[in-house]
Design a protein around this ligand. Structure first.
Ligand code: EPZ
Length: 417
């Protein structure tokens, strides 16, 4: 298995171009089941995208990938297999997002229950709740979700009991093919969902967002060819912002839209990080004597859970006690034992991590456990004394495009071995 070797304490300087968003691309790929001919640009060529493409090919979508141009072309020729098998859904839970489109367009779907993962059980009860409200018959059998709606789906008023990105996406996709109007309340409104909506509007679906309420007017499926450029990956951008705050002589992050990074920039500025932003770029410098922080992860526009592990590394360098409360997932502190092996002083009590600093981290051999935990170990390795070796970096390859090359271009001493 491949590892990453990092020689720490090397100041970074240079420019980092941010890739397209994995978490916008995945629902948009699932939504292509509702289309006929689609050309997607700015696609991050990462493992999760190829896993989703495997699933779409299994379903019967024709797929063409231009890796170097970051383009994917999809064609729905109409011969569709409404099955999403366990072997293709177990490694990537976003596979469950084909459920809504298959059901609403082909009136049935058999989709493997997505497995849990390191950060939590990851149930799909909210997804199924919404589909049932739209008139689907759903049963669970042998680890599969078996859904059908012989007479098609009907618009409904739905209120989610808690905010879920995936359930909101599945409900929007199902409502597109439902008869009449659907009103979804207490929705997630992450930028990735807004990007999915802008894509669906190109397919002539009428969708309106106001606060956490999303209204969808069902429509027939169009056959016109559509183009879409996926938004930038705000979590990748946030990750490199932390790298800049930790050890950036001067780092310029570009190909972003800072309106989707407001909270993250505010947090870093509050800590005292030197940071300048324009509409489409941020310049950041490593900063001393930072002020400690007290953060809680929340659904957008709050501080994202996907940046919790990365911010924790910055907190290890801040004098005093900083706190970070993880409200979204029940088990998202798997990176803490690994950071402690590198010398971090972290205590966990009632879903809150208390980080005392500043601590000099020392390089060690560590193990990645999930996508964001693995990148937090990379950040720790960049500032640690001597060498850090990170195992199981396949977690990293699921969601970070060209990570070591982007950092190497900024003078990091990081090697895949
Ligand atoms: C999406 O996962 C992202 N994945 C996650 O990013 C991200 O961490 C998460 O949203 C929260 O922002 C993609 O977009 C592909 P949720 P999702 O449904 O949709 C509970 C990454 O690193 N819940 O918003 O699965 C759930 O257990 C990944 O890129 C239910 O209880 O997240 C969790 O505690 C990791 N029932 C909370 O809601 C349900 O039916 C939020 O989950 C669904 C979710």
């Amino acid at each position: 298995m491949q590892k990453l070797l990092i020689k720490g304490k090397k100041e970074l300087s240079g420019t980092i171009s941010i890739s397209g968003s994995k978490n916008a691309t995945l629902p948009i790929l699932a939504a292509s089941i509702l289309a006929t001919k689609v050309k997607l640009n700015n696609i991050p060529m990462v493992k999760d995208i190829f896993t989703m493409l495997e699933l779409l090919k299994f379903i019967g979508i024709k797929v063409k990938v231009q890796k170097s141009n970051k383009i994917i072309e999809l064609k729905n020729t109409g011969t569709i297999n409404t099955l999403a098998p366990y072997k293709l859904v177990k490694t990537m839970r976003a596979g469950v997002l084909v459920l809504g489109p298959l059901l609403t367009k082909y009136k049935k779907a058999k989709v493997s229950l997505p497995g849990g993962c390191a950060i939590g059980t990851r149930p799909v009860d909210l997804h199924l709740f919404a589909l049932k409200k739209l008139g689907a018959n759903i049963k669970i059998k042998d680890g599969y979700i078996i859904a059908e709606a012989q007479k098609g789906l009907n618009g409904a008023n739905i209120k989610f009991s808690s905010i879920s990105v995936g359930a909101t996406e599945n409900a929007i996709l199902a409502a597109c093919g439902a008869k009449g109007r659907t009103v979804l309340n207490n929705c997630a409104v992450e930028p990735e969902i807004l990007d999915l909506i802008s894509y669906l509007k190109k397919l002539n679906f009428k969708i309106k967002v106001s606060d956490r309420k999303i209204t969808i007017i069902g429509n027939k499926f169009v056959s016109k060819k559509i183009n879409h450029k996926v938004i930038f990956d705000r979590i990748e951008a946030g990750t490199y912002l932390v790298a800049g705050a930790l050890i950036g002589e001067k780092i310029i992050i570009k190909q972003i839209n800072t309106k989707f990074l407001k909270y993250e920039v505010r947090v870093l500025k509050k800590a005292g990080v030197k940071i300048y932003k324009t509409k489409n770029s941020i310049t950041i410098f490593k900063s001393k004597n930072l002020k400690n922080l007290n953060i809680s992860t929340k659904p957008f526009p709050g501080f994202p859970t996907d940046l919790q592990a990365q911010l924790m590394v910055l907190m290890t360098q801040i004098k005093g006690i900083s706190k970070i409360k993880e409200n979204i997932f029940e088990n998202r502190f798997m990176h803490v034992p690994e950071l402690k092996r590198m010398g971090a002083k972290i205590k966990i009590k009632n879903k809150t991590a208390y980080i005392s600093g500043p601590t000099n981290l020392t390089g060690a051999e560590v193990m990645a456990t999930d996508l964001r935990a693995s990148v937090c170990l990379v950040l720790a390795g960049l500032i640690a004394n001597n060498r850090t070796i990170i195992n199981r970096i396949y977690h990293l390859d699921r969601g970070y495009e060209n990570l070591e090359n982007k950092l190497k271009k900024c003078k990091a001493q990081i090697y895949r071995i």
